[in-house]
Design a protein around this ligand. Sequence first.
Ligand code: F6R
Length: 239
Amino acid sequence: MDLSVLADPEAVGEHAASIVVAALAAKPALVLGVATGATPLPVYRRLARARRSGTDFSRLSVVALDEYIGLRAGHPASFAAYVRREVAGPLGVPAERLVVPEGRGERLEEQIRAAGGVDLQLLGIGRNGHLAFNEPGSPLDSRTRVVSLSQTTRSDNARSFGSEAVPTHAVTQGLSTILEARHLVLLATGSAKAAAVAAALTGPVTPDCPASVVQMHARVTVLVDEAAAAVDRDGAVGR
Ligand code: F6R
């Protein structure tokens, strides 16, 4: 595992974007797995800037990790809308090279295989150690499926829903699906993530902390800012 502690979220974004750009230079038809949420936004902003400066994204494919269940098509808080707004639109990825889980995710794994597998997977981490929407208790060998969201996750994500109720269920790539990506890049910023980061990287590999599965992967890059690296030895991972 290659771990870098960087000054702040912008530095994490800079470093992660440089990894994506280097991967794209090595393989122009890169299949990039994208997380949603606040953490990777600085990465996507930098990638959009790189495209404006001439980096060629024309053969890139993008695969999303997860999606809420029950939102109307085009709902602004849906991950499909996020991926189109923050990634596919700015990078010029056409619909036929964009994969977002639909329905109950029945076709997702087949679509990932058809794309040739994920080359580089950007990942965030939940305060409770979730990875994509694999909540604590998720089997380490889990595949794409429908899950119920924990209270922690629903309240953390309420910011995207205003006065509307946050969905109770989602479809997510499983832990074992995520581990099939060729290179994992885990990003974490802010002190609220410190306990989860410590548990994921230095604790046991356990369903109690789904992100701990990254320890099982041969090629993992972890980019955290100083706040997320500040291990509070007494801090319990929030549930
Ligand atoms: C979403 C996803 C989630 C987020 C996690 C952190 O696609 O995979 O696991 O990465 O909830 O979210 P932020 O970055 O908003 O703190």
